[in-house]
Write a protein that binds this ligand. Structure first.
Ligand code: SF4
Ligand code: SF4
Length: 267
């Protein structure tokens, strides 16, 4: 019987031994992953299709896989080496950029790895963000949201910066796979979508992410996508990043580093 725990152990082993899980200086990109399981019929998925959440662009698990039963969600936390390098202000660190782009290739491989584990058990599996049907609208809504899925799968709650705060913080990458294999869902250890954020839960006047953002994209209302996206695509900065590293945009990430929720649930 496949369980969230056995998948987490297999994914941890995959990352531990993978040669691409390295920065240029040999430090790790990702630490040990977290895995959570959601029922494909969890009422939250339908909730996400409402305009005030994601909207009707969002596709529920059964749209991705006929007969979907479970959704495997995982978080790959960036290592201390990656996170520490980006705690500065200004442009993203070379280590952060490497982790964001090369690390995302590895995240995609991790999704394929989970698919292969499930298929080896004789079941079907789809990674929605790698599927040809995955779409994103001009107003930053997409047909599948890794963070929203991770929330349903018990991995964490949303922060003011709109990242998902997990037991290992928010600096890292998320992935997920929809399957017809029955896996026991993970119990959500929280009762509301904002419980771990100091500011949104009313625990403290944190707002460190607000001060970290170079373009004031984060306010008491949350993160506005347009200023963040315009900054990440600013031609002069992107040209520099392209010339030095070959990456296609500025993966800033300052709101995920140097914040109390960087690598843990803040208190
Ligand atoms: S930095 Fe503070 S306000 Fe911003 S997401 Fe983290 S806990 Fe919430
Ligand atoms: S990624 Fe950078 S620009 Fe975008 S919201 Fe976070 S800190 Fe601001």
């Amino acid at each position: 019987m496949m369980s969230g725990e056995s998948l987490q152990a297999a994914l941890a082993q995959f990352l531990k031994t993978h040669p691409a899980n390295r920065l240029e200086n040999g430090d790790r990109i990702y630490d040990e992953p977290l895995v959570g399981i959601a029922s494909a019929n969890d009422p939250y998925f339908l909730e996400f299709t409402k305009p005030e959440v994601i909207g009707d662009v969002f596709r529920v698990p059964a749209d991705w896989l006929d007969g979907a039963v479970s959704v495997v969600s995982f978080f790959l936390p960036f290592s201390e080496a990656v996170r520490k390098s980006n705690r500065t202000t200004g442009l993203p660190s070379p280590e952060w950029l490497h982790a964001r782009f090369r690390g995302e290739d590895l995240n995609n491989e991790a999704k394929r790895f989970v698919v292969s584990l499930i298929e080896a058990k004789g079941h079907r599996a789809v990674a929605p963000t790698l599927d040809g049907r995955f779409t994103q609208t001009a107003d930053f809504r997409s047909s599948w949201s890794e963070r929203h899925v991770a929330f349903v799968a018990g991995l964490g709650t949303f922060g003011l910066s709109r990242g998902l705060i997990t037991a290992k913080g928010m600096a890292g990458r998320f992935g997920s796979v929809v399957t017809d294999l029955e896996i026991t869902p993970t119990e959500r250890p929280y009762s509301n979508p904002f419980e771990y954020c100091l500011f949104l839960s009313g625990k403290a006047q944190c707002k460190v992410c607000v001060d970290r953002c170079p373009v004031q994209a984060i306010t008491d209302e949350g993160k506005a996508h347009p200023p963040c996206s315009s900054y990440m695509r600013r031609e002069d900065l992107v040209q520099d990043i392209r010339n030095r590293f070959g990456y296609r945009y500025l993966a800033c990430g300052k709101c995920q580093t140097g914040v109390p929720c960087e690598s843990r649930i803040p208190n």
